[in-house]
Write a protein that binds this ligand. Structure first.
Ligand code: FAD
Length: 388
């Protein structure tokens, strides 16, 4: 038996199966959305079954080290610069700093080439800065598994961060013998958008503006605050939200995201990071300035220990798990009815057609958004008035 894909929703595209294959029988091949899937060369495959054994994108994924229930905390970085350049409360930055200062290496999602999102290895605090902030695109991990294993074999401490599917498969790939020095951090995940759509979107923006994008910020907290989700691109001061719009429409997600087995509180990592939506229930003054705060779930004793070691750089509050339960800790994103049609139209009619047909907010969507923002701002002003 080998990993031949029968249904796209069974594969998260991490590439662990390719890395583990001793006969190099597996190649990762892109579909029409730019998502990668393994293809097995039957002439090279020896049917050893290792590719299947090392795949933990299954409901029975390993969680043997986990507490019965995770311990929940809210936190934000004490350093304003770290806070503002992170997506939520900057907890990842504090963890990465600690790991590097202890002589370890950090893996996370960065950029290669012209904003192609992929996992990279960092050995200095400066190199880890690229991993900060959410990139709303599936990160390519194809070549990273062997590097993680090699570091662990060399006795290095490794912090690996990514989506829960990437983390679960790194854990399975590395195996229990090398687990001691591996610290796993996953993010609460809405779903990962298509790399091809992202590339086409950048091309579209650059053609429209007739200049190259030199900086990407998928959520600009500085200009719009933490609560609103608006991207910004630097050719000086260009702000758009079309990409964000498609993100929340869920058309561009990988098939496996709609059937993700990790949307619960039994996480495959030591520590889970997310946006702390509902922070006010725990402490009504924690995020009065709307600069953002992280939700942290300590899933294992190791997760709790390492998190505590970062507290000198963080403001931390304890929380009750039931006050932190956002949607993606309960269930995956629902597959939109038009998902298949979207993909067919994208492949047959092209990106320009998609932008016109699927990426324009209707009047009612715009109205609902403006009313939502106005309501949130009014509540925020009331809170400031009450507690300051
Ligand atoms: C695609 C995506 C969907 C998300 N959906 C939700 C959600 O529904 N609810 C929620 O609470 N939080 C979600 N998050 C997580 C959230 O936005 C923050 O990343 C998280 O709270 C950590 O914040 P931070 O301030 O500590 O660190 P930050 O500096 O903001 O985050 C950095 C961390 O995110 C990782 N990362 C960034 N982009 C990617 C990527 N494309 N693939 C894999 N890892 C990546 C980095 O490796 C690093 O570990 C999502 C993130 C991504 C990338």
């Amino acid at each position: 038996m080998n990993i031949s894909i029968k249904s796209k929703s069974q594969c998260c595209g991490c590439g662990a199966c390719k890395s583990v294959c001793g006969t190099h029988a597996i190649t990762m091949v892109e579909d029409g959305m730019g998502f990668k899937y393994p293809v097995v060369n039957p002439d090279k495959c020896t049917d050893c079954g290792l590719c299947l054994k090392k795949c933990d994108f299954i409901p029975e994924y390993s969680k043997i080290d986990n507490f019965e229930e995770p311990l929940a905390f809210g936190a934000r970085h004490k350093d304003n610069e770290e806070l503002m350049t992170s997506r939520s409360g900057g907890v990842f930055a504090a963890l990465a700093d600690k790991c590097i200062k202890d002589g370890g290496v950090v893996y996370g999602a960065g950029f290669k080439g012209h904003f192609r999102v992929c996992h990279k290895r960092a050995t200095t605090v400066n190199e880890t800065k690229e991993f900060k902030g959410s990139k709303y695109v599936q990160s390519d991990t194809e070549d990273i598994f062997d590097a993680v294993k090699a570091d662990l074999k060399n006795g290095l401490k490794v912090l690996f961060s990514g989506t829960p599917c990437q983390v679960a498969n790194v854990k399975a790939f590395v195996g229990p013998k090398l687990r001691e020095n591996l610290f796993l951090v996953d993010i609460i995940c809405h779903g990962v958008p298509s790399p091809k759509f992202w590339k086409d979107y950048l091309n579209y923006l650059e053609a429209k503006e007739n200049r190259k994008v030199s900086n990407v910020n998928f959520r600009n907290k500085e200009k719009y605050g933490w609560t609103s989700h608006k991207e910004s691109f630097k050719y000086e001061g260009c702000y758009t939200y079309t990409y964000t719009y498609t993100f929340y429409k869920h058309y561009t997600f990988r098939d496996s995201c709609y059937e993700c087995p990790f949307c619960n509180t039994h996480r495959p990592s030591d520590l889970t990071l997310g946006d702390f939506w509902g922070w006010e229930k725990t402490n009504p003054t924690f995020n009065l300035d709307d600069k953002g705060c992280s939700l942290i779930l300590c899933n294992t004793p190791k997760g709790l220990k390492v998190f505590k070691e970062t507290w000198e750089n963080l403001h931390v509050i304890t929380a009750a798990l039931e006050d932190c339960m956002q949607t993606h800790l309960k269930k995956p994103t629902k597959r939109p009815e038009l998902r298949e049609k979207f993909e067919n139209d994208y492949n047959n009619k092209g990106f320009d057609y998609i932008i016109k047909q699927y990426c324009r907010e209707t009047f009612f969507e715009r109205l609902r958004k403006h009313l939502g923002v106005a309501k949130r701002k009014a509540i925020q002003r009331y809170r400031i008035f009450k507690y300051k």
